[in-house]
Design a protein around this ligand. Structure first.
Ligand SMILES: Nc1ncnc2c1ncn2[C@@H]1O[C@H](COP(=O)(O)OP(=O)(O)OP(=O)(O)O)[C@@H](O)[C@H]1O
Ligand SMILES: [Mg+2]
Length: 462
């Protein structure tokens, strides 16, 4: 369905010119020649966008703007003013206008402003839809994503979660969500009611790590004034998460292997064999297979841990999820700061989708939190993003990791990249890609990219 625009403008020539230009773009347009008529139209049927002249015969434009926003707090309004006065523009934006145009304006500028505003509205609706869907079961314990790579991750995680005591090794770059997946494995398993215990293998010295993991008896070493239970005992009946397992020293590796194989161990300085029922989940961003070859990680431990194996996709391999993730992080941060949820402008979104995200989801979250503060309640724009994200637009390489991608995958990524770069303009994108518009439309439908599917033009307008 094409979008509906209301034009409130007392100058008949401008009014009809706008109607004509906008209808040619495929929008449905209604006209009002004064504030009273415009408000009546608006209250009766609501519009996706209102173009509002600030100088109307019967009412001050600012008042009309306020009345529109009162009727619909999300009303999207572009004001048109013949007085290129900064103050007027600022008060309009303060009163909730999305954008303003100084008369006389070029039709192209108008079309661009309209396109941008409606894109914002679509994003808002998308955020709204996400918020509604947040009440529904999320694919994986509050983790966000719908891309094929993410859904594959969900599938394997669910499957492994139900596989009782099978150890799981999670491998992936920093910030991809390894710990979240480990938690999901616990909470989706039959052990969910049991303890969830985590141990970071890189945070402690070898000696401390050993007594942390296995516990110690009184007098086991100088500082051991009392006996202490280790995390293995505390995790009995539940899950022990060993983070940064690649940093576990060669001396401790055989001790862990034995606990994995027999579910039994001794405290440091202890004689008694203790038995537990623990599921092991380990994570690392290091290449354990290479470490095995290099002799820094035991082969037997590696195979023992890697019975269930999960490879976390980096964020750049699931570009489709970026927008939803960014929206969620903005929303979360805004709520924490008691701010209204800001809009993520399409121009900023394109940059986010082009960036390589070496720090993955964590980096995206940090970037959005920072942007929220910089934007001070306004829409998130490119200026609110980190320099490297804006810079990456220029030398963006659509085929990172091309080494293991299929031709079809690279084609898909490249089409996405060009579409983004052309801000969704399909004629332009088709030209850049050297294919027909029809071919491009077929591809878009095939990939299910609904955001690029155009609304059917009404016959009267084309
Ligand atoms: N799919 C997702 N949806 C929502 N939030 C996510 C998702 N994936 C990761 N996060 C968030 O990103 C941050 C990083 O995730 P996590 O700590 O699990 O990553 P990690 O792979 O363990 O990183 P590191 O290797 O640095 O330890 C967390 O704040 C987490 O909540
Ligand atoms: Mg982690």
């Amino acid at each position: 369905m094409s979008e509906r625009i209301l034009v409130v403008e007392d100058d008949a020539v401008i009014r009809l010119t706008l109607k004509d230009a906008l209808q040619r773009q495929g929008y449905r347009v209604d006209l009002a020649e004064d504030a009273a008529g415009g408000l009546e139209f608006f209250r009766r049927s609501g519009y996706d966008l209102t173009l509002l002249d600030l100088r109307l015969p019967d009412m001050n434009g600012l008042e009309v703007l306020r009345a529109l926003r009162e009727a619909d707090a999300d009303a999207l309004v572009i004001v048109m003013t013949a007085f290129p006065e900064v103050r007027t523009a600022v008060s309009c934006v303060k009163a909730g206008a999305y954008d303003y145009l100084n008369k006389p304006f070029e039709l192209d500028d108008l079309k661009e402003a309209v396109r941008r505003a409606l894109e914002t509205r679509r994003l808002r609706l998308e955020v709204e839809r996400l918020r509604i869907s947040a009440a529904l079961p999320e694919p994986l314990e509050g983790m966000i994503g719908a891309s094929p790579a993410f859904m594959a991750l969900v599938e394997i995680t669910r499957r492994l979660a139900t596989a009782a005591r099978v150890p799981v090794l999670i491998h992936g770059e920093s910030g991809t969500g390894k710990e979240r997946v480990a938690q999901a494995i616990h909470s989706l398993s039959a052990r969910a009611a049991g303890p969830w215990v985590t141990l970071n293998c890189s945070a402690l010295s070898e000696g401390l790590l050993e007594s942390e993991m296995f516990g110690h008896e009184k007098g086991a070493f100088t500082d051991a004034k009392n006996a202490k239970r280790g995390l293995l005992e505390l995790a009995d009946g539940g899950t022990l998460f060993l983070d940064e397992i690649g940093d576990l020293s060669l001396a401790l590796q055989p001790k862990l292997l034995r606990a994995l194989e027999t579910q039994s161990f001794r405290r440091v300085g202890g004689q008694k064999e203790l038995t537990v029922d623990v599921r092991f989940v380990a994570a690392t961003n290091r290449d354990l297979a290479a470490m095995v070859k290099a002799g820094t990680f035991r082969e037997d431990l590696y195979y023992r841990l890697n019975v269930g194996s999960i490879d976390m996709p980096p964020l750049r391999a699931r570009v489709e999820d970026i927008r939803a993730l960014a929206g969620r992080f903005l929303g979360d941060a805004a709520r924490l700061m008691n701010q209204p949820e800001p809009v993520l402008d399409a121009s900023a979104c394109v940059l986010l989708e082009h960036y390589a995200w070496p720090g993955n989801v964590r980096e995206l979250r940090n970037v959005m939190e920072r942007a929220l503060i910089l934007a001070q309640g306004g829409a998130i724009l490119p200026v609110h993003l980190a320099k490297e994200i804006v810079a990456s637009e220029r030398d963006y390489n659509p085929t990172p990791d091309a080494g293991n991608a299929s031709l079809a995958e690279i084609e898909k990524r490249h089409i996405r990249c060009v579409l983004n770069a052309c801000r969704g303009n399909k004629s332009q994108a088709a030209r850049v890609l050297g294919i027909t518009r029809l071919t491009l439309r077929t591809k878009i439908a095939e990939y299910g990219w609904d955001e690029f599917v155009e609304s059917a033009p009404t016959t009267a307008n084309r």
